[in-house]
Design a protein around this ligand. Structure first.
Ligand code: ZN
Length: 246
């Protein structure tokens, strides 16, 4: 750890993207909790074995409009934090790519659950833009297959029933253990193994700030808990952090 440029780790969850119109499907009132049928669409077993599940999943993606969502003031505040010259790493549970769209340096964003902006083939592993697959759905292909090998296409996300990328998770754990400040934003901190990251940070001596609409299991360990809406709370927090520096 460099005392002059202390590392800041920011863990972000669904809450930071709700103001961009992306619903929190995993949250307590989210789609996956209310509708087990919907959860099948993002569960690896049914997705790979049942063509009707895939067709329904493609219809849902085509109707969802996630690719046209725009970053909000919360995403932009984290870009401002990075541009202030402080070393910042984003560890995100979101698959919407909005941190990068807002201007965050892509290699400094760890997408722990992958990205919904790309497809991958389950057979040959070829990747491509989700946009192109959705264009094929719109043009009448209900379950577009890999153009290279004919295999099943899926989003490059971690589905239910799958493990997170081990190397990526180790990298996130190393960042958590090395940071001076850990900020948890818009995440319920109930989903493991990601929920363990802030604990690793605190154990290693980091300060912890929680920004979330609802109480989290981590609130007691936090130096500060911010309960205001993220798109107003985060710009204010970043302003404080960057002013303290000057
Ligand atoms: Zn393929």
């Amino acid at each position: 750890m460099n005392a002059e440029h202390p590392l800041i780790a920011v863990l972000t969850g669904a809450g930071i993207s709700t103001d961009s119109g992306i619903p929190d499907h995993r949250g307590p009132n989210g789609l996956w909790q209310r509708d087990p049928g919907a959860q099948r669409l993002v569960t690896v077993g049914p997705y790979l074995s049942d063509p009707e599940v895939r067709r329904e999943a493609w219809r849902m993606r085509a109707a969802g409009g996630a690719l046209t969502a725009e970053p909000n003031a919360g995403h932009r505040a984290l870009v401002a934090l990075e541009r202030s010259g402080l070393p910042v790493r984003i560890l995100t549970q979101n698959v919407d790519g909005l941190h990068q769209r807002a201007g965050q340096t892509p290699r400094k964003v760890l997408e722990l659950h992958g990205t919904a902006r790309e497809t991958t083939c389950v057979d040959c592993r070829a990747t491509g833009p989700m946009e192109r697959a959705l264009e094929r759905v719109a043009a009448g292909e209900p379950d577009p297959a890999c153009l290279a090998c004919g295999g099943i296409l899926r989003p490059r996300t971690v589905m239910f029933g799958e493990q997170l990328d081990g190397a990526l998770l180790r990298q996130a754990a190393a960042i958590s253990a090395a940071c001076e400040l850990f900020i948890a934003v818009g995440t319920s901190l109930k989903v493991h193994p990601v929920a363990a990251l802030p604990y690793e940070a605190v154990r290693a001596g980091a300060r912890l700030i929680v920004v979330n609409g609802e109480p989290t299991p981590l609130d007691e360990a936090a130096e500060e808990v911010v309960r205001e809406p993220i798109s107003t709370a985060l710009p204010a927090l970043v302003e404080r952090l960057t002013a303290r520096r000057g």
